[in-house]
Design a protein around this ligand. Structure first.
Ligand SMILES: *Cc1c(COP(=O)(O)O)cnc(C)c1O
Length: 387
């Protein structure tokens, strides 16, 4: 049986685990060794070295991530930004250009705007929901299109099928940051994307206790990305590999609960008289509800909303919640809550934020794995105090 014939929850547990278990250990040990013996002089083994991302802990993770994504190969990196920067620097040469969905993750936007610009690599923003406008943005040296599976914090879903078609038609590489969906909810390589990137800091590890990233794609691209990562030095250390591998085994269980919690909270908020607006793709009235239902198994733990009243009312609500922790990030077991205008979007001017429909009182929630009823009760008590 091919490992890809099995369900993703099974693959998350078993794929990539060494067939002959080390000393019988059910769990792959941590090989806390920077370097490995070359064997016999004159008949040397290949060099295995932590920075080359080829130690036993790396190899097991790469095999698991490849099997989970449906890709040929995978590479783990020292952070999500290490994955994004290594992938883009592998794809693009000086003088080349890419199209990017507007409203990307701030770190990615900064890398494009400042770092790639210094290398004479240009980009043009496109509206992910207007495929008819993309052709006009092409340049003779356009090489790739870069999108995210769900936009932050409005949870919009770009026309991802059109991205794949467009890239095939114009011989471009399609790249997607799939952090917000995770491979449990969406597997872009199966839909025809060339390269999938994650901040593994979020759902893949799932416990808000490491920073990591990964890239999945075909063997040739991943090998070139690994050479680039070797040069940049952004590899993942053995102990963090171990934690990520442990976290991945429970991804399907965690993701299922986070999907359920976010949908239940989004529905509860949408009905509450103290709430003005809720953004979650599976709610009635979301502009891409049908597309989200077609592409995704679930829409993940993140949603955003605005209460009636001013910023002080929104702050009061956040302060009254007992379970949700006021902290940035997402994908961990604890529910986190925050104001995008003060975290992910703090680098933009108020005009830029309002053009993106991110108000100062907008609240973003990243649901954890707590019992749905407890989270709903907590939000209800905090909202009732506002009404
Ligand atoms: C967090 C995040 C990143 C960056 O990941 P790090 O692990 O913090 O480097 C990139 N893209 C998205 C969508 C993210 O949420």
């Amino acid at each position: 049986m091919q490992s890809t014939d099995r369900a993703i929850s099974t693959r998350l547990v078993h794929a990539g685990e060494p067939q002959e278990r080390v000393e019988g250990a059910v769990v792959l040990p941590i090989f806390q060794s920077a370097t490995f013996s070359l064997g016999t002089p004159g008949d040397e083994d290949p060099v295995h070295y932590l920075r080359y991302s080829n130690t036993p802990n790396h190899r097991a993770l790469h095999a698991k991530l490849a099997a989970v994504s449906g890709g040929e190969a995978a590479l783990v990196t020292g952070s999500g930004m290490a994955a994004i920067s290594a992938a883009l620097l592998t794809l693009l040469r000086s003088g080349e250009h890419l199209l990017v969905q507007s409203g990307l993750y701030g770190g990615t936007q900064g890398f494009l705007q400042y770092d790639l610009a210094e290398l004479n690599i240009g980009y043009s923003p496109i509206d992910g929901n207007r495929p008819d406008t993309w052709e006009a943005a092409l340049q003779p040296k356009t090489r790739a299109v870069y999108v995210e599976c769900l936009s932050n914090p409005l949870l919009e879903v770009a026309d991802l099928e059109a991205v794949v078609d467009f890239c095939r038609r114009y011989e471009l590489i399609s790249v997607i940051d799939n952090t917000f969906a995770s491979p449990v909810n969406f597997r872009p390589l199966e839909w025809g994307f060339d390269v999938e990137i994650h901040s593994a800091t979020k759902y893949l590890n799932g416990h808000s206790d490491i920073v990591a990233g990964c890239i999945m794609g075909n063997r040739d691209f991943i090998e070139r990305a690994r050479r680039k990562l070797n040069a940049l030095g952004g590899s993942l250390d053995a102990h963090t590999c171990f934690l990520l591998q442990r976290g991945l085994k429970t991804l399907a269980l965690r993701m299922g609960q986070q999907n359920d919690n976010a949908l239940a909270l989004a529905r509860l908020l949408a009905e509450h008289p103290a709430v003005e607006k809720v953004n979650y793709p599976l709610l009635e009235g979301h502009p891409q509800q049908q597309r989200a239902q077609r592409l995704f198994e679930g829409c993940g733990g993140v949603f955003s909303f605005e209460v009636k009243g001013d910023v002080a009312a929104a702050e009061g609500l956040v302060g009254r919640l007992e379970l949700a922790i006021y902290a940035p990030s997402l994908g961990g077991v604890e529910t986190l809550i925050g104001f995008p205008a003060r975290t992910s979007h703090v680098g933009l001017s108020p005009q830029e934020r309002s053009a993106m429909r991110v108000s100062d009182k907008m609240i973003r929630v990243a649901a954890g794995i707590e019992a749905t009823a407890d989270l709903c009760a907590d939000f209800t008590q905090a909202l009732d105090a506002l009404a």
